[in-house]
Write a protein that binds this ligand. Structure first.
Ligand SMILES: Cc1ncc(COP(=O)(O)O)c(C=O)c1O
Length: 479
């Protein structure tokens, strides 16, 4: 494809994207396809001929769009906001269009230096001090894996340069809670600690936040029996209920024992753009690493995870490589991001943040976050005031965990499996209808429904419509 052909096809594609985004509110929220349906609609053999962009876009409409769950739909309340602001989409296109290669500073100085500045802008915008230096990872999962590798190497005296964990008889232990995201356990497993050495610390039964006293006791117990406390993962906003582990108290314990503390603020990090929310991660300055996803609520399109550390020397000691073919005269003067993470080749992801911040502006982003916080409190109030409805956990940000608990013919609230069946029935009917989408999840062994508010297009009217839909659904008028 020549640049001229690209220009023509690109115009068609941009028009298609703009039309598609306008159409989203009229599409069903959940993909209305069965497993295997999309595969069957595609030719089973690779094409032998060449198509036009017009033909391709027609197939995008007829084959692909029905297989998309519309997370940009204003009635999407599932999982978490996965906003993809169009300004950041332009940054993504610019990044791909430039076709850069990030394997060293020399291979694209701009890639490195725009990333350094973007991480620093976001540091300032979230109120972090200058001791933090950041990089962009694909996801919070990769950031957590990196943090666990840093924790392992700190606790094992850089064992990777010798026999690795296999050279140590004493197990290294990581602490978190049962509410932590599944990517934490995965990172602990993949970093070589083993699941048996992930200790889940007791939580407060209502807030589901880690109990610092229980953490202290667990560390003491491990030290007494010769195990080595190596890492703590503290959640600022768990996925299930947005539980906030008390960072300051946990950091004091981590520092007293020299244990690496990673703060996972994947979802809630966006809220730290608002000064009034920063008390939720008070103490974060004493952590060793932290990660959050602008590609969630803030709305810089995937994949844009910010990963910050305080000790860059340790980071580079653990992750650097220095093959001869990548050496240059810039060594020692410039940041080599390949030494800050796992991949060698990196995309120019910082352009997504640059475009997002320059074209939408931080004021608009902050106003949207505040709108969502207000809509969420409005929704919580409606649920709390309604008969037979329950809000199951504190609502510090934008997720409300709810249950509808009807009464049986003896006028007693239904419980146990009957309650589970009822919950899965009403939410299942709404999700299948395509009119809204929410994620059922389990809390204290029973099904509940998470209502996650924060799609860019979701206004108070949409939230009010959802509340109507919920009330109709429990009287079986949906589906
Ligand atoms: C608290 C928390 N941590 C980690 C993750 C994983 O994020 P990612 O998809 O960027 O790996 C999520 C995703 O929902 C999350 O909510």
């Amino acid at each position: 494809m020549t640049p001229e052909e690209f220009r023509a096809a690109g115009h068609e594609l941009i028009d298609w994207i703009a039309d598609y985004r306008e159409r989203i509110p009229h599409l069903p929220v959940r993909a209305q396809v069965e497993p295997g349906e999309i595969k069957r609609a595609l030719p089973q053999q690779p094409p032998g001929n060449v198509d036009t962009i017009t033909d391709l876009l027609a197939d995008l409409d007829s084959i692909v769009v029905p297989g998309v769950t519309q997370v940009q739909h204003p009635m999407h309340y599932g999982w978490f906001p996965s906003n993809a602001s169009l300004s950041s989409v332009l940054g993504d296109i610019a990044s791909s269009g430039m076709g850069t290669l990030g394997i060293s500073w020399e291979s694209c100085p701009a890639l490195t230096e725009v990333e350094e500045v973007m991480c620093d802008w976001l540091r300032q915008l979230t109120g972090l001090s200058e001791q933090w230096r950041g990089t962009i990872h694909d996801t919070a999962s990769t950031a957590c894996l990196t943090a666990m590798i840093l924790a392992r190497e700190k606790a094992s005296g850089i064992s990777k340069n010798g026999g690795g964990l296999q050279s140590s008889a004493a197990p290294l232990v990581v602490y978190s809670t049962s509410q932590a995201h599944s990517s934490i356990a995965k990172a602990v497993q993949l970093a070589g600690f083993g699941n048996d050495n992930l200790r889940l610390i007791e939580e407060d039964p209502y807030t589901r936040a880690m109990l610092p006293g229980a953490l202290s006791a667990a560390i003491r117990e491990d030290l007494e029996i010769g195990r080595i406390p190596a890492g703590i993962v503290c959640s600022v906003g768990t996925t299930g209920t947005t539980a906030m582990d008390p960072v300051a108290e946990i950091a004091a314990i981590a520092n007293a024992h020299g244990v690496w503390l990673h703060v996972d603020a994947a979802m809630a990090g966006s809220a730290m753009l608002l000064p009034e929310c920063r008390h939720l991660w008070q103490g974060v300055e004493q952590a060793d690493s932290l990660a959050w996803n602008p590609h969630k609520w803030m709305g810089t399109i995937l994949d844009t995870t910010l990963f910050y550390v305080r000790d860059v020397n340790h980071l580079e000691r653990v992750l650097s490589t220095n093959p001869a073919y990548l050496r240059s005269t810039a060594d020692g003067q410039a940041t080599q991001y390949r030494d800050w993470g796992i991949p060698l080749g990196r995309r120019f992801r910082a352009l997504k943040l640059w475009f997002h911040l320059r074209l939408d502006g931080i004021d608009a982003i902050r106003a949207r976050l505040r709108r969502d916080l207000s809509n969420t409190q409005w929704f919580r109030e409606q649920v709390e005031a309604a008969e037979d409805w329950e809000v199951l956990a504190p609502v510090p940000l934008q997720t409300v965990c709810i249950r509808h608990v009807p009464k049986d013919h003896h006028k007693q609230p239904i419980t146990g499996e009957d309650l589970d069946e009822h919950t899965l029935d009403w939410v299942g009917r709404i999700n299948a209808s395509g009119r809204a989408f929410m994620s059922p999840s389990v809390l204290d062994g029973r099904w509940m429904v998470r209502v996650s508010i924060g799609v860019e297009g979701t206004t108070r009217e949409h939230v009010a419509r959802l509340w109507e839909l919920l009330q109709e659904s429990v009287t079986s008028r949906i589906g």
